[in-house]
Design a protein around this ligand. Sequence first.
Ligand code: PXL
Length: 277
Amino acid sequence: MTLKKTLTIAGSDTSGGAGIQADLKTFQEHGTYGMNALTVIVTMDPENGWSHGIHPIALDTVDAQLKTAFSTGVDALKTGMLPTVDIIEMAGKAIADSGIRDVVIDPVMACKGEDEVLFPENVDAMIKYLLPNAKVVTPNLVEAGQLSGEGTLQTVEDMQAAAEKIHAHGAEFVVIKGGKQLKHDKAADLLFDGKKHYLLTSEKTDTSYNHGAGCTFAAAITANLANGQSVKDAVLNAKIFVATAIQHGWKLNEYVGPVMHGAASKFTKPEVEVTEL
Ligand code: PXL
């Protein structure tokens, strides 16, 4: 038996909830074979409020990993945290050269809980090297505001305007995650296919144990694409998967609570409604 091959080009979250750890666990849950090219190691300082340390991987080491992974014949891939302009450029060019079509770009700019956009100069590089390769791009509200140049997004209408600008940068499908900041009574995400806007909604879960939700969502989309689903089905099923993972988020320590990546195979899944706008 062979398995679909899924690759994540992303960072290591040493605490295990986000980054490649979230991606590989999610790939496994979807029955795909997970591989990774590591771009950065993120550590957390237990003596300083769990503040994050960012340790980029040397460029030639990233290059060697990309060559390794692509030589296996990847079916679908995602990107996550790419810490420097050089790594963004290298990953973008390698993806373009690979000819792989099922490419999910998660334009990670900051970790949840850390307010600042970590690397503002990376935004232009993402627009130039990543978005033109994206079948699906999955920014949160802050990232979508940056990529679109629309600034602070607060409403579904703001998300629609931003999605159209991001689509114009070359991403085929744009998924903007509403998250907690969105002014909406549901957990709402927007899907724009270049023509139509769809709103995906589920009941909000009142929890702060949602670390890794964004990575898990993008990884689930990637695995669903590898398994042959249409983009619309891949996004809908990924939202159901991550909503279940958030419902069962748990406390790792006093600072962080990760989603439960394996929840969807064990527990009842919430309903997600799709509305054409
Ligand atoms: O959730 C964003 C994220 C992505 N990738 C890595 C991270 C984080 C946040 O902690 O550590 C490696």
